[in-house]
Design a protein around this ligand. Structure first.
Ligand code: ADP
Length: 192
């Protein structure tokens, strides 16, 4: 089994690239953002707790996403591998996740970090706001909060995974196809 993590600021194209990886390498996509939005839509208790936090551009509690991720993994014992998109986002999530995977005899093969500038994040999210109906994409103040949170809480994961020699950077400023070509080369190298 091959397991990959995609990290990057909001609007970096994590979801887009994860979907392409799923198709080409027969992996299963686990996006905590998508899972949370599904909980909100279904009106579950967890969804109700998450809604205000997400709409304001804040993270939901670590235990909440860990619960969702564990349940997704447990429900797909036949998966040939997973792409974790938008998870882990804090070092607390990363270490809890590492212990959980270990208990299952699993390990992360590689962490793909998509690098884009804060200006590109703004442009991409303004564009996405015209296509998708996400409250957290509507106001600049909220987008800026998500960018700041990324730098403060998620960037520490770079060192975390560098220490484990799992960290790989991809320049996220090109076309979808260009970026995917670079990711494909990386995955093939890591799968050897
Ligand atoms: P984006 O990467 O563009 O912000 P996502 O769909 O990945 O979009 O996430 C949307 C929101 O869901 C985040 O801003 C956050 O509120 C919440 N969320 C998603 N994943 C996590 C996580 N691993 N930990 C905490 N909150 C999360």
């Amino acid at each position: 089994m091959k397991h990959f993590i995609i990290i990057g600021p909001p609007g970096a194209g994590k979801g887009t690239q994860a979907k392409l990886m799923v198709e080409k390498y027969n992996l299963r996509h686990i996006s905590t953002g998508d899972l949370l939005r599904a909980e909100i839509k279904a009106g579950t208790k967890l969804g109700q707790m998450a809604k205000a936090l997400i709409d304001d551009g804040n993270f939901v509690p670590d235990e909440m996403v860990l619960k969702l991720v564990k349940s997704e993994i447990a429900h797909h014992p036949d998966a040939s591998g997973f792409v974790f998109d938008g998870f882990p986002r804090t070092t607390t999530q990363a270490s809890a996740f590492e212990s959980y995977l270990k208990s299952l005899g699993m390990d992360v093969n590689g962490v793909i970090s998509i690098i884009i500038s804060d200006e590109t994040v703004m442009e991409r999210i303004h564009h996405r706001a015209l296509i998708e109906d996400r409250k957290d994409d509507m106001r600049d103040e909220i987008i800026r909060n998500r960018i700041t949170t990324y730098h403060a809480k998620t960037e520490p994961l770079i060192d975390y995974y560098k220490k484990q020699e799992k960290y790989h950077e991809i320049d996220g400023e090109g076309t979808i196809e260009d970026i995917f070509a670079k990711i494909s080369l990386l995955i093939e190298r890591l799968s050897r």
